[in-house]
Ligand binder design. Structure first.
Ligand SMILES: NC(=O)c1ccc[n+]([C@@H]2O[C@H](COP(=O)([O-])OP(=O)(O)OC[C@H]3O[C@@H](n4cnc5c(N)ncnc54)[C@H](OP(=O)(O)O)[C@@H]3O)[C@@H](O)[C@H]2O)c1
Length: 212
């Protein structure tokens, strides 16, 4: 699959590296090919490709959005045409003062993303844990995989993203439509408060146990 990353920092860099190693053709959509995040991603994996944003998005089968939430409006407005019809995996989280929800819990960041690019097929995924877990999802000693919760309106897009989640070593859990994104963003805030602001290890993840 041809996969393009808008944003190749902690989250984008980790996922781009792993997806390339799984055999995908991965391109970094770089506004500045010499930026530190692009250079660090290439140092980690020199087989990643680098291209100008509009061209990188236009040729992709699937696009990851892994930018600071505050950059989304500008980034998506510029790429609106190129994103038409594309699966857009929204990894971003709006975070406000004191680790509150950045949109005051009125609307999810992913719904804002969808409104900015109405013809893209937005799936919120790879948002609920720290990047450390996207780089390495192995938890030796457990018989279950880390659960990766995701949501979106487009079932075909979600099937593609679910398959990627699976090959990356997580248990894909489809939690429903994009209206569920607000709840995923609160789950993220819980994790961030526990780990980034608390004392727990960044390698803490959730697992889903289900009885029939
Ligand atoms: N860090 C985590 O553990 C984590 C986990 C889950 C979700 N998230 C969410 O994922 C998103 C990315 O987080 P991150 O930690 O990976 O951020 P990061 O390390 O700061 O990387 C941000 C990336 O976005 C690019 N960027 C910044 N402003 C831009 C703009 N105006 N136009 C185009 N590209 C721009 C940066 O490129 P340059 O190098 O050119 O500045 C960089 O490649 C955030 O929304 C965050 O909330 C983070």
């Amino acid at each position: 699959m041809k996969i393009t990353f808008i944003g190749s920092g902690q989250v984008g860099g980790a996922l781009a590296d792993r997806l390339e190693r799984l055999g995908h053709r991965v391109t970094l959509a770089a506004r500045d090919p010499n930026s530190s995040s692009v250079r660090e991603s290439l140092a980690r994996n020199p087989r990643l490709l680098v291209q100008a944003p509009a061209a990188a998005v236009a040729e992709a089968d699937l696009v990851f959005l892994a930018t600071p939430y505050a950059a989304n409006e500008q980034v998506l407005t510029e790429l609106k045409d190129a994103l038409r019809g594309k699966v857009l995996v929204d990894c971003t989280n709006p975070v406000g003062p004191g680790l509150s929800h950045g949109l005051k819990s009125v609307q999810s960041g992913s719904e804002v993303v969808q409104a900015l690019v109405p013809e893209a097929r937005v799936v919120k995924a790879f948002s609920i844990y720290g990047y450390e877990n996207f780089a390495d999802p192995n938890y030796p000693g457990y018989s279950v995989r880390p659960a990766l919760l995701f949501c979106g309106a487009d079932e075909v897009a979600k099937a593609q993203v679910g398959a990627l989640i699976d090959t990356l070593g997580f248990e894909p859990i489809d939690v429903g439509g994009l209206e569920q994104a607000l709840h995923l963003e609160h789950l993220t805030l819980l994790w961030v408060r526990m780990i980034r602001a608390g004392q727990r290890s960044p390698h803490l993840v959730w697992a889903a146990l289900q009885r029939s």
